[in-house]
Design a protein around this ligand. Structure first.
Ligand SMILES: Cc1ncc(COP(=O)(O)O)c(C=O)c1O
Length: 375
């Protein structure tokens, strides 16, 4: 029986799915050693607001009931916070889902999805998943080069993704550059401005709300996974013109944000002290960590200027001090960073800002490694 020709027929993966490299998440454990600090996924080291925890605990008993499919109360809370229309908001299973919804609603076979080199890894997956062709524009020192993105637009471009601040590089382009990029795009191209790290940026910054209010082809993508410390609840939201929101609703899963997540997000939004503390801490320790890396400058290390809750470190092109070596040394100290070889940056290591103790431990481990390897 087993040798009949029919048994050799197997389901065929779609060719565009075969081209996908599955997302590699940051490590969560160290083989055989206690974890001193998990600094691999840009999470909030203080956890969620206690008010969010209380709100989630209060609704656990409703777990037999499907969540509100429209996330009405959460959208209204977001609308009130940002002074925008709740009907222009869509909630998603993390902003990851929203990235897929944008690609799925506006791109397909024969279309192009454009983003910057070293952009967020999910853009490539989202493009390929729907059979579209990912197109990568060159960066300038790890940051978005607006002219290069505009030069890469073709008549087949349907979606442009930009993470600002960008992950994994932490780089930021100013509001004027974001607007110049948008202004250079045709009106039929969706500009998806992914501001997952908006709350950690400062200065001249465009968070997409004004842009998406004024233009029908802009969607701002945001998340509760970072400053709000609710990554496990998987809550993202998008803000755009009604026609874009309508298209995304058509293809989303009906009950895509759990009741706990909706309740936790509403409470987290209201706890300003918690987010203010996380923001102040992150900015202080991001500067401190970058300074520590700069102090190791003789060894050829460079901290890429970051506007997010992590610092990416570039290692020298040659010599004994390498990103791979540093990653291994940190791991042996129980510190999990993100080695970026999986994203074609074998010279780079990304370290999330942890608590003071965690961040100090990471810097000390890095220094020990560099001094040992260089000396
Ligand atoms: C730039 C960027 N966008 C989107 C996401 C997805 O976040 P989530 O799906 O947790 O909302 C991440 C997560 O790391 C990110 O770095």
């Amino acid at each position: 029986m087993s040798s009949s020709p029919a048994s050799k027929i197997a389901p065929a993966m779609k060719p565009w799915v075969g081209g996908i490299h599955a997302y590699v998440p940051g490590k969560a454990s160290v083989d055989g050693r206690p974890v001193v600090a998990k600094l691999s996924s840009n999470e909030n080291p203080f956890g969620p607001s206690p008010q969010a925890v209380a709100a989630m605990t209060a609704v656990l008993g409703n777990s037999n009931l499907y969540p509100d499919p429209a996330a009405t109360a959460l959208r209204e809370a977001l609308a009130a916070r940002h002074g925008i229309d709740a009907d222009r908001i869509i909630c998603g299973t993390g902003s990851d889902e929203l990235i897929h919804l944008v690609a799925g609603a506006f791109a397909g076979v024969g279309d192009e999805v454009l983003y910057v080199r070293h952009g967020f890894a999910v853009y490539d997956i989202a493009a390929r998943r729907v059979g579209a062709t990912p197109v990568v524009a060159p960066d300038v020192d790890y940051a978005c080069d607006v002219d290069a993105v505009l030069a890469a637009v073709t008549e087949r471009t349907r979606v442009v993704f930009l993470a600002n601040p960008n992950n994994p590089t932490g780089t930021l382009i100013p509001a004027s550059e974001v607007r110049r990029l948008h202004a250079g795009l045709r009106a039929d191209i969706v500009f998806a401005l992914d501001v997952a790290y908006a709350e950690f940026a400062d200065g001249d910054y465009e968070d997409g709300i004004a842009l998406a209010t004024a233009h029908d082809n802009v969607v701002a993508l945001r998340t509760f996974s970072k400053i709000y410390g609710l990554a496990a609840q998987r809550i993202g939201w998008g803000y755009a013109a009604p026609a874009l929101i309508d298209a995304m609703h058509r293809i989303r899963a009906p009950f895509n944000v759990p009741t706990t997540g909706q309740a936790g997000a509403i409470a987290a939004l209201a706890d300003h002290d918690w987010t203010a503390r996380t923001r102040a801490h992150t900015i202080e320790w991001r500067q401190w960590l970058a300074g520590e890396v700069t102090a190791l400058g003789n060894a050829g290390l460079r901290a890429i200027p970051s506007a997010a809750n992590f610092v990416m470190i570039e290692f020298p092109e040659a010599g004994a001090v390498t990103a791979a070596g540093a990653n291994a040394a940190l791991l042996s100290d129980g510190i999990i960073a993100r080695y970026l070889a999986v994203q074609a940056m074998p010279r780079c290591l990304r370290i999330s800002i942890g608590t003071e103790a965690e961040t100090r431990a990471a810097a000390a481990s890095l220094r020990r490694y560099v001094e040992g390897a260089a000396g």
